[in-house]
Design a protein around this ligand. Structure first.
Ligand code: FAD
Length: 441
């Protein structure tokens, strides 16, 4: 078979930290997927390449771009299940399920992410304190592995590989089809309520009582040590009164393309934060918001990422015990005073689940912050790595492309378990990426 479905391409991690020239293959038939896999020594699967760290490419590794496999294969309304190909994007998926008042509530925050990519990173959505990660909605998976062939994976069939695959960063093979258990959704409108808070510590106290409300996250000003953490908690509740007909989403094709020169700096961030806080104080405490605005907060606000320019940024996402937040924040502010990094975003939400293998999941608070990349942020992040060890914090390897191997080994208690089981399943270790090589997975 002639392999004219391949091209040489420059691929970049979403945080712009790693760039590589890569050979990308775009199979459109299962037979071609098998042929390309058999012809190449090292392979990695690629969805929409929207991972902050280089999970879906690597030097001298062929990328299997799966975007052409995006069909809906089966839908059973009575059993509330749907089977789709893994290259389908979230927006394509929702345009079908929402028509029938169904969805899965663990959707990561950008509509062109693929479901294959979401499963391989065990993604979570805004309601992760209630609904946990996408793992909770998966019924079964069809996997193709170059050596082990076609495999059905579920709690009942090949359970060990099923568990390794969810959050397994594409290292167990190609996720071809997925069957999801669907959840009812009454409406595609949300009511958003706002609560002002003075600090991250106050936010932690407030959200610890939010057990029954499904969707919430906070935004904090973190541009200055004075009033550090002043901000707002946003709570989104599905509007069960003003029910609207779902008309379908149009994919607007907004551009995620960095500006030639960065716009973000200490001054521009300070001004934007002040304006954001001021506008939120002026607007009503409660308003109705669309599904896209609530579930995909950066959709139509791509400028936030583009403003970092080609130099990129660093995102850190940390899972930390509720009881350790105050001590952690006190040390965080001390090192902030010393290194003076420029933090462009700071947010908190709660998460539920059980940590295992490489999965970013636990019954903890999830703290996220973005930084302009420079020497001061690098020095600051080296100190955050040490705080991760001190406070038994789990840093996300999906978001932070910088995490050193020694920090990963010490914070991911089940990483060796993952390595051993993966090596037993695939002695030749076919599926590899820049991240898997660096972390020796
Ligand atoms: C703006 C933005 C917001 C985000 N919000 C969230 C959020 O709220 N919650 C969250 O958890 N994450 C979030 N993310 C991260 C995102 O969910 C993950 O990085 C996701 O993996 C990206 O999907 P992708 O289709 O781009 O996959 P890629 O980046 O192409 O690949 C990601 C991983 O999945 C593997 N993979 C992809 N397809 C397959 C397949 N068919 N078979 C096997 N492995 C496969 C790849 O090998 C790689 O390891 C966000 C990312 C962005 C850019």
């Amino acid at each position: 078979m002639e392999l004219n479905n391949t091209e040489k391409k420059e691929i970049c991690s979403f945080d712009k930290n790693i760039v590589r020239n890569i050979l990308v293959a775009k199979p459109d038939k299962y037979k071609l997927l098998e042929t390309i896999s058999h012809r190449n020594r090292e392979i990695i699967n690629t969805g929409s390449s929207l991972s902050y760290s280089p999970l879906s490419f690597g030097e001298d590794i062929i990328c299997l771009d799966f975007k052409k496999f995006n069909r809906i294969l089966d839908f059973n309304k009575n059993e509330k299940t749907i089977t789709v190909e893994a290259g389908i994007t979230l927006i394509q998926f929702l345009n079908f399920t929402l028509k029938h008042n169904f969805w899965i509530p663990q959707l990561p925050g950008y509509p062109s992410i693929t479901l294959g990519g979401a499963i391989a990173t065990n993604a979570h959505g805004k309601s992760c304190s209630t609904h946990g990660t996408i793992r909770n909605s998966i019924k079964s998976i069809l996997l193709f592995h170059k050596i082990n062939g076609w495999m059905n994976l579920s709690e009942k069939e090949n359970k060990e590989i099923f568990d390794l695959t969810i959050g397994g960063l594409g290292l167990t093979g190609t996720i071809v089809k997925i069957t999801f258990n669907l959840t009812n959704i009454e409406n595609t409108l949300f009511i958003t309520k706002k609560k002002k808070i003075k600090s991250v510590e106050e936010c932690n106290k407030v959200i610890s009582n939010y057990n029954n409300s499904s969707y919430f996250y906070s935004w904090h000003k973190a541009d200055n040590i004075k009033n550090f953490g002043e901000g707002i908690i946003f709570e989104n509740i599905i509007d069960k009164k003003k029910i609207i007909d779902f008309k379908g989403f149009k994919d607007k094709n907004y551009k995620l393309k960095p500006f030639l020169f960065p716009v973000w700096n200490k001054l521009s961030i300070k001004l934007c934060n002040l304006l954001y806080l001021y506008l939120n104080r002026l607007s009503t405490e409660e308003k109705t918001e669309s599904f896209l605005k609530v579930i995909f907060p950066f959709y139509s606000k791509e400028s936030y990422f583009n403003f970092f320019g080609n130099n990129g940024f660093t995102e850190s996402q940390l899972l930390i015990s509720e009881s350790k937040i105050n001590d952690f924040m006190s040390e965080f502010k001390n090192i902030f005073k010393i290194h003076k990094p420029t933090i462009t975003l700071f947010s908190l939400k709660k998460m539920s689940g059980e940590q295992s293998y490489l999965r970013f999941e636990d019954n903890k608070v999830c703290l996220t912050f973005d930084l302009i990349k420079n020497n001061s942020s690098n020095n600051f992040m080296n100190e955050i790595d040490n705080l991760c060890l001190k406070y038994q914090i789990l840093p996300s390897i999906i978001k932070d492309s910088r995490i050193p191997k020694n920090i990963f080994d010490k914070t991911y208690r089940y990483a060796n378990d993952f390595r051993e089981k993966l090596n037993k399943f695939d002695k030749k270790r076919v599926y590899k990426s820049e991240v898997s090589k660096r972390l020796e997975l």
